[in-house]
Design a protein around this ligand. Structure first.
Ligand code: IMP
Length: 185
């Protein structure tokens, strides 16, 4: 018992850190609806294959697809490049798509594009599967990242160069469930 108390004092529970709210829940929901309307217009008469990049995109994708009437299938893949809030610079495929995307109109859903190495890797990887079209929708783009902004077809928000959390984005596995985008004070 004493050991646990001591440990908690040294490593306070992460949820108690102070957070600046950068984008409120209401702002996110409004922007998600606008993005969904644009996507629905652009894919009118087509069938979409929406691919979410786990884990960070799961909340954004869940909200986005519920505003899109275009018929769609949903799939997921998982890559990682971060350890303890730092980019390792090397992208690793943890698991790939479960369905072929050859000849499909694919919309890749990302949580955030920072250095761009994950997106560059994914575009190359998915391109080899010969989709009919491949577009990118990212909730966030980090200013001062190494700038592959032009590869993002649908962008939610640009954020400053701070480590951001919430609405699917984590810090060491925690904070994904926050309804807003924030950064530690
Ligand atoms: P990139 O390869 O540097 O563009 O980073 C892409 C991935 O790193 C994202 O999909 C996130 O999972 C993670 N990431 C990058 N920046 C942040 C951040 O500020 N907060 C949380 N995750 C981040």
């Amino acid at each position: 018992m004493i050991d646990i108390v001591r440990q908690l004092k040294i490593n306070p529970p992460p949820m108690q850190k102070k957070i600046d709210i950068l984008i409120s829940s209401a702002e996110i929901q409004k922007r998600v609806e606008t993005l969904a309307a644009q996507i629905e217009k652009d894919y009118h008469g087509k069938e979409l294959t929406v691919v979410g990049v786990l884990k960070g995109a799961f909340i954004f994708m869940a909200d986005l697809v519920r505003h899109i009437q275009t018929p769609m299938t949903c799939d997921f893949l998982r890559v990682s490049s971060y350890e303890k809030d730092k980019s390792l610079g090397v992208v690793r495929m943890d698991f790939d798509l479960t369905q072929p995307i050859t000849g499909k109109d694919v919309l890749l859903i990302e949580d955030i594009v920072d250095t761009g190495s994950t997106l560059t890797y994914l575009l190359k990887h998915m391109g080899t599967k010969n989709p009919s079209s491949l577009r990118v929708c990212s909730l966030l783009y980090k200013e001062m990242g190494s700038g592959i902004r032009d590869k993002i077809d649908y962008l939610g928000f640009t954020v400053p160069s701070r480590y951001v959390i919430g609405y699917g984005l984590d810090s060491e596995g925690v904070y994904r469930s926050l309804p807003y985008i924030g950064a530690f004070k």
